[in-house]
Design a protein around this ligand. Structure first.
Ligand code: PMP
Length: 305
C-alpha cells in the first residue's frame, strides 16, 4: 500500500517533523516484537471531524500494555490529546491514527524493564483492501496458516508480534490472487481475517466467531453487534466450522481499516448471490450513517477533534 507520509508525528509527548521521529536499531521492540498499538479512524461529520471510539481504542491500548506488563509513561488523556494534536498538525480532514507504544532502549534481554516509548502517526487512508471493495466486495481464501493457540500468544492484545501471523495470512492470500486471507484457530474452527473480524449471515441473523477463537476483540465488531441489536437484528456469537463460510447467505469482514468489506467468494465458492447482500448493506448503512448523521450516535462514539 503506497503511503503519502504526513509532515508531523507525535513522539514521546512532542510533535516532531516526520524525519526526526526515529527508533534506535537496538530498540527492544524491533528485536522482540514488543510493541502494542491501535488503528483508529476519524471521519468528517456534519458536526465537524470526529474520532470514532477514541477512548475505547486507547483503553484497549492500555489493556494490551497491561497484558505484556509494559509501563505506560502517560495517562490516557495525554494520548487522547496527542491524537487530536497530530490530526491538527497535519491538517487532515479525516485520518487513520496509529498510536504505538514500544519497548525502546535501556536494558536488554527478554525480561529487561526497558522503558516504553510512545508515538502517534496520522495520515489519510482510503479503503484498506482496495479502492472499490466497500461496494464490490472481495474474494477471500482460507489460509494455510493458523492463528496462534490461546496459551501461546494472547490474541486479546493488539501487539506488534501478533502481526507476524497476520502477515503470513495476508501475504499468502495476495500471492494467490485473493483480496484477503481468513485464518482458522488452532482448534480448526474459524477465527478471523488477517486484520479483520468476520460476520456470517444465516436466515437474517448475524453470526460471528467468539473471542475464544483466538481473535482480536474488535471495536468495529462490537459496534456492529451494538447497532444490529438496537435495530432488531439477531446476533449470535458461536464457534463456526470452516465450511459455513461457503454455505452462509452473506459474509463480510470488519475492522477499523477494512471498515465493512463484503466478501463475495471464499476458496472459489460463491457466497450467497456473489455480491453484497441486503443485511451487509444494512449494516454498512447503519455504520457509515454514524458519520453522515443518518444513524444517531446514541453511545457517544464520535469524539470531536
Ligand atoms: N482482528 C485483527 C487481527 C485486527 O488487526 C483488527 C484491526 N485492529 C481487527 C480484528 C478489527 O479490530 P477493530 O475493529 O478494533 O479495528
Amino acid at each position: 500500500m503506497a503511503m503519502q507520509y504526513p509532515e508531523h508525528i507525535w513522539h514521546n509527548g512532542v510533535i516532531k517533523p516526520w524525519a526526526e521521529a526515529t527508533v534506535h536499531v537496538m530498540a527492544h521492540g524491533l528485536h522482540y516484537g514488543s510493541s502494542v498499538f491501535e488503528g483508529i479512524r476519524s471521519y468528517a461529520t456534519p458536526k465537524g471531524q470526529a474520532i470514532f471510539r477514541l477512548t475505547d481504542h486507547l483503553k484497549r491500548l492500555y489493556a494490551s500494555a497491561k497484558i505484556y506488563d509494559m509501563a505506560m509513561p502517560y495517562d490516557i488523556d495525554v494520548l487522547a490529546k496527542g491524537c487530536r494534536d497530530v490530526i491538527t498538525a497535519n491538517k487532515l480532514e479525516k485520518a487513520y491514527l496509529r498510536p504505538i507504544a514500544y519497548r525502546g532502549l535501556g536494558g536488554f534481554g527478554l525480561s529487561a524493564d526497558t522503558p516504553t516509548d510512545l508515538a502517534i502517526a496520522a495520515w489519510h487512508m482510503g479503503p484498506y483492501l482496495g479502492p472499490d471493495v466497500l461496494e464490490a466486495g472481495i474474494d477471500a481464501c482460507v489460509s494455510s496458516w493458523q492463528r496462534f493457540a490461546p496459551n501461546t500468544i494472547p490474541a486479546g492484545a493488539k501487539a506488534g508480534g501478533n502481526y507476524l501471523s497476520g502477515q503470513l495470512v495476508a501475504r499468502e492470500a495476495r500471492r494467490l490472487g485473493f483480496g484477503e486471507g481468513i485464518a482458522l484457530a488452532s482448534t480448526g474452527l474459524l477465527s478471523e481475517g488477517a486484520g479483520e473480524n468476520l460476520f456470517l449471515v444465516f436466515d437474517g441473523a448475524l453470526h460471528t466467531t467468539p473471542i475464544s477463537a483466538a481473535l482480536l476483540n474488535g471495536i468495529t465488531r462490537n459496534s456492529i453487534i451494538t447497532l444490529a441489536k438496537a435495530n432488531g437484528i439477531e446476533v449470535v456469537e458461536r464457534d463456526i466450522p470452516r465450511e459455513y463460510l461457503y454455505l452462509c447467505d452473506e459474509l463480510f469482514m470488519c475492522g477499523t481499516a477494512a471498515e465493512i468489506t463484503p466478501i463475495r467468494s471464499v476458496d472459489g465458492r460463491q457466497v450467497g448471490a456473489g455480491k453484497p447482500g441486503p443485511l451487509t448493506r444494512r449494516i454498512q448503512d447503519l455504520f457509515f450513517g454514524l458519520f453522515d448523521g443518518r444513524t444517531p450516535d446514541k453511545y457517544g462514539w464520535l469524539e470531536n477533534v
